[in-house]
Design a protein around this ligand. Structure first.
Ligand SMILES: [Zn+2]
Length: 400
């Protein structure tokens, strides 16, 4: 089977997943990529939990170099970057498409009068002389790099009163941008460009990825402020699609993330190590809450299992699992309320382990695991109450 035959077979077996005439998706399809990106990012705590306390010390001591490679979570780092890039790309394309579909169209390379810049392009679109390049008889859409150039050119054009009064497309764009004026930011443009650059690097070779220190910095300090504003500006389109951004204990994760402010250089400053430690541990807590709360999909939040149609009470089952674990596991010592799902399904464990800092003595090591939402915390992240994420302590002293 050659490519054309295989493609014909694929085309005859496609299903539209986004809006159709009688079906409008909430939220728009590109929010799936935001979810994928955030879930991959949140998962980087679990994959690194046993050494998170070393990671959280930053880069001002010898642990930094040792943990650069150890703390890299290749899969989740890659999916975080690709997910965010696709989300922003499709979101910005959607804004341009709303103004005029040709704003994201490829220029026909053999056109007699090819537009030389974005102003030319909008003039041609307006007077009907623009020729789009077709792929299989359909208008092809431009890559993200060109999308960004056109979008930010359009922002510049929309600030020029003469251009605005002469061109209906620029006028319409200005109107559309009104609720998205936060995008008019060189910082945001730089973040989009960086994601585009990383996406290309990953898809073209994939040999180099950012360290977790840079990933945490990029996501919490550069990307999340944009996400918060996009969601705010699209409240009516988002619906319940981002349910996992609030835990069942009413912790608003984006709001908490937005309270964490630091510069990347702080990670290298020995006199900032306490602040760095606090911030990175706090980020670890929020990641785990985001990962765990997502495991409870919308039906599960109403105590309806997602795929076990005949079963009616998964919440009660989780309580039984926790009780069984407490009664039958030698290391399980008590049950408490989960800071993520609020159920009494959080089992506290304790083991005795060699204390390498004080050999040959032993010391107690603790962790908690929830049998309803899958929340998991190793003692080295400290108690969630230290970060105001839980009223009650879930770990015993000295972690609280
Ligand atoms: Zn839970």
């Amino acid at each position: 089977m050659n490519f054309e035959q295989l493609k014909a077979l694929a085309l005859s077996n496609e299903i539209r997943v986004s809006d159709t005439e009688d079906y409008f998706r909430t939220p728009p399809v590109y929010y799936d990529s935001l979810t994928h990106a955030l879930q991959a990012f949140f998962s980087t705590y679990l994959t690194n939990n046993s050494s998170y306390n070393y990671y959280a010390q930053g880069l001002s001591n010898k642990h930094g170099d040792i943990h650069k490679r150890d703390s890299l979570d290749e899969d989740n780092t890659m999916f975080t970057l690709i997910g965010f890039e696709r989300f922003f790309e499709l979101f910005i394309k959607d804004l341009l498409r709303t103004v005029n579909a040709n704003l994201i169209a490829y220029v026909e390379p053999n056109a007699k009068n090819k537009p030389s810049n974005t102003l030319d392009l909008v003039k041609q679109i307006q007077d009907g002389t623009f020729t789009a390049r077709l792929f299989d008889g359909k208008v092809g859409s431009i890559p993200f790099k060109i999308t960004l150039k056109r979008f930010y050119d359009m922002i510049s054009l929309s600030k020029d009163d003469v251009t605005c009064s002469n061109n209906e497309i620029v006028r319409k764009f200005k109107e559309e941008l009104r609720i998205h004026s936060y995008l008019d930011s060189p910082e945001y443009l730089a973040t989009f460009q960086l994601l585009n650059w990383y996406r290309d690097k990953i898809l073209h070779s994939g040999n180099d990825l950012p360290t977790m220190w840079f990933l945490d910095y990029l996501v919490t300090q550069k990307i999340m402020p944009i996400i918060i504003q996009i969601i705010e500006s699209q409240k009516d389109k988002v619906g319940k699609g981002l349910f996992y951004l609030e835990t069942l204990t009413k912790i608003n994760l984006l709001e908490k993330f937005s309270q964490i402010k630091y510069e990347f250089e702080d990670l290298f400053r020995p006199n900032q190590i306490q602040d760095v430690l606090f911030n990175l541990l706090y980020i670890g807590h929020l990641k785990e809450l985001g990962r765990a709360t997502y495991t409870l999909k919308l039906p599960m939040r109403e105590n309806r299992p997602t795929y076990e149609y005949a079963y009616r009470d998964p919440r009660q089952r989780a309580r039984r699992f926790a009780e069984t674990e407490k009664d039958n596991c030698a290391e399980a010592i008590s049950i408490s309320s989960c800071p993520c799902c609020a159920e009494a399904t959080l089992v506290l464990y304790r083991i005795e382990a060699l204390d390498y800092g004080n050999l040959p003595n032993y010391r107690n090591i603790h962790w908690v695991k929830c049998y309803y939402c899958d929340y998991y915390l190793w003692y080295n992240l400290y108690d969630p109450s230290v970060f105001n994420l839980s009223k009650d302590m879930v770990l015993p002293p000295p972690y609280s």
